[in-house]
Design a protein around this ligand. Structure first.
Ligand code: ATP
Length: 326
């Protein structure tokens, strides 16, 4: 109900009385007043004028369930939000929620994530209150081999949102890293549970460095935050809400063809490795070549130095620049 009250206040800039809010929501006036008091205690500046009622003047930079749910304008992505003050991993939380039967599009967000994961058991750093750490739960009806493409759809969504927000140089390092000014600002980890060729659920986790002043030493050479690059702070909820909207659109389009044919050009336009020399760290054997772009299935096409072409699928493989991270 808190989200509903907030949404009404956002939609009615001229103000709404407690009676009006109560009527729209079908709850008691007392309940509305209680929620308004809670919102004020949480840092929302809500003005009360005789006649016009309550007006939302400003809101705090928070990522609570009510804040996100009152702002998201999607059909299903992020409509239901689970907020954690501190958690080990939002991907794990989303997996647990899936086991409890939680619906497609449920979103777990955390103010602080202490045990964030990368691919192949690597760790993901999160700074309390300054990062985006979120995981979207999906219940796809397509076959499991299609799931890795969701990582690319999320990467494209994040890239477009960050570009719109910052107007800076935003790129994707295939398949799942987003870069700003050639440094890593976001990682994506997609995990799936499937049995006998059927997906039970997919969790797409997104970590973004937003308002950190500096990076931990181990990653400082190639990682950065929006604040460090742009010299200004950004609202984490703004970013989360926008990503939900972009991703929902891409996902629903994806269901039509079950491939990436509709977004290959858009994805490739962000690809930092495109036309560049890359080193493919394949557990079967490393090789170098020139990255050409992705195909309709999200594989990276690399022309090897011997002239032959390789299709690199995500999962086990990392791609690096010849001289470093990109
Ligand atoms: P690559 O393909 O480049 O090897 P990846 O995309 O698979 O990497 P992930 O496994 O998704 O990378 O992310 C984990 C890695 O990201 C860590 O090993 C670390 O190097 C780096 N990393 C960890 N935390 C952060 C962060 N907050 N910002 C940027 N990079 C980070």
């Amino acid at each position: 109900m808190k989200a509903d009250v907030l949404r009404l206040l956002r939609e009615n800039a001229k103000g709404m009385t407690a009676e009006q809010i109560a009527t729209v929501l079908g709850v008691s006036v007392a309940a509305v007043k209680t929620v308004i008091r809670q919102l004020v205690a949480e840092g929302y500046d809500i003005d009360k004028e005789d006649g016009a009622g309550y007006r939302l003047i400003s809101y705090p930079e928070v990522i609570t369930a009510a804040e996100i749910m009152s702002r998201v304008r999607t059909q299903w992505a992020g409509k239901k939000v689970y907020y954690r003050n501190e958690t080990e991993s939002t991907n794990e939380d989303a997996r647990e929620l899936a086991e409890e039967g939680m619906e497609h599009g449920a979103l777990v967000v955390a103010k602080h994530q202490t045990g964030g994961k990368g691919r192949r058991g690597r760790s993901w750093e999160c700074e309390n209150g300054n990062s985006v750490a979120m995981s979207l739960l999906l219940h796809p009806e397509f076959s499991p081999e299609k799931a890795p493409m969701l990582t690319l759809l999320m990467a494209l969504s994040v890239a477009e949102v960050l570009e719109k927000l910052t107007e800076a140089d935003i790129k994707i390092k295939w398949p799942n890293d987003i870069l700003i000014n050639r440094k890593k600002v976001c990682g994506i980890l997609t995990e799936m549970r499937a049995e006998e060729g059927t997906i039970d659920h997919v969790v797409v986790g997104v970590g973004i460095n937003v308002n950190q002043n500096g990076m931990p030493e181990e990653i400082a050479g190639f990682a950065t935050s929006l604040l460090m690059e742009m010299g200004q702070r950004y609202g984490r909820a703004d970013i989360m809400v926008a990503i939900m909207e972009y991703f929902e659109g891409y996902y629903d389009d994806f269901l039509e063809h079950l491939d990436l044919s509709a977004v290959v050009d858009a994805y490739d336009s962000y690809l930092i490795n495109r036309g560049a020399q890359v080193k493919v760290l394949d557990p079967q054997g490393e090789y170098t070549g020139t990255a050409q772009g992705i195909n309709d299935y999200g594989e990276l096409i690399v022309q090897k130095d011997d002239g032959t072409f390789a299709r690199v699928s995500s999962g086990e493989v990392s791609v690096r620049g010849i001289y470093g991270y990109v």
